[in-house]
Design a protein around this ligand. Structure first.
Ligand SMILES: Nc1ncnc2c1ncn2[C@@H]1O[C@H](COP(=O)(O)OP(=O)(O)OP(=O)(O)O)[C@@H](O)[C@H]1O
Ligand SMILES: [Mg+2]
Length: 225
């Protein structure tokens, strides 16, 4: 097995009210390519911040983050964007769909960035996978929370990422839709070998992964397989 993600002594602080607030404190772990992992912990424990650092969306204050043999902390913004576009899928806790684009266009964005062919039919196929084939022309504001969640999932799948980060992927979904989304995530892991790193408050979902990291107050307090 090879390592796809390696964090060494990663810390992150924010300057807030004239003092440093340490949100992540000395985090070290590695993730095997093709594996599944859940990050759990109370609200405010640093899970979203950690995911953002792993995915190259944000930078650590100290320590190193290595994704796919590339030290993210040594890259400039353009290089980071290139690594993200090439290897990373991300499902945000608050979706982050582009409000001026339709559902279909949102899914097309990563494909366009990669200058791929047959973009529209492929994006339609992805929307169909998440059960939204008939919502392609809707703008995010015209979609329910769960529908936006699923568009965000289709978008994250579109560049066939080597590693997929999902922040509360089922947080806004009813039981039935949630089950479908979870199946899509784990199918992607099984069929395409996509490494899956998800943050969740749902312990049943966490239990479906091979490994669970538990965070508290910015620290990693347990790591169980
Ligand atoms: N830009 C920022 N400036 C200052 N503090 C921040 C900033 N972003 C996050 N924080 C703080 O960092 C801490 C961790 O936030 P984070 O979003 O990573 O938590 P979380 O574990 O994902 O929580 P939740 O389960 O509620 O989503 C919080 O206390 C938050 O207030
Ligand atoms: Mg969060």
């Amino acid at each position: 097995m090879s390592t796809i993600l390696r964090l060494q002594q990663v810390s992150k602080s924010y300057r807030s009210g004239g003092r440093d607030l340490r949100v992540l404190d000395d985090i070290t772990f590695s993730v095997e390519a093709g594996s599944t992992l859940a990050i759990v912990g109370p609200s405010g424990s640093g899970k979203t911040t950690l995911l953002g650092l792993c995915a190259g969306l944000d930078r650590s204050t100290s320590g190193s983050v290595e994704l796919h043999d590339t030290r993210l902390d040594e890259l400039n913004e353009d290089q980071l964007a290139a690594v993200r576009n090439r290897y990373v899928g991300f499902i945000f806790q608050n979706f982050q769909l582009l409000p001026t684009l339709t559902a279909l266009e949102n899914v097309m964005v990563p494909l366009e960035l990669r200058q791929e062919k047959n973009i529209r039919p492929r994006a339609l196929e992805l929307l169909d996978k998440v059960g939204l084939a008939d919502r392609g022309h809707h703008y995010p504001a015209q979609l329910s929370g769960g529908e936006q969640q699923r568009v965000s999932l289709a978008r994250a799948f579109s560049n066939q990422p080597r590693i997929l980060f999902a922040d509360e992927p089922t947080g806004n979904l009813d039981a039935e839709t949630s089950e479908k989304v979870v199946k899509l995530l784990f199918d992607l892991n099984r069929e395409a070998g996509t490494t899956l790193v998800l943050v969740t408050h749902d312990l049943d979902l966490a239990a479906k992964t091979q490994r669970i990291l538990n965070m508290k107050g910015g620290k990693l307090i347990s790591d169980e397989s």
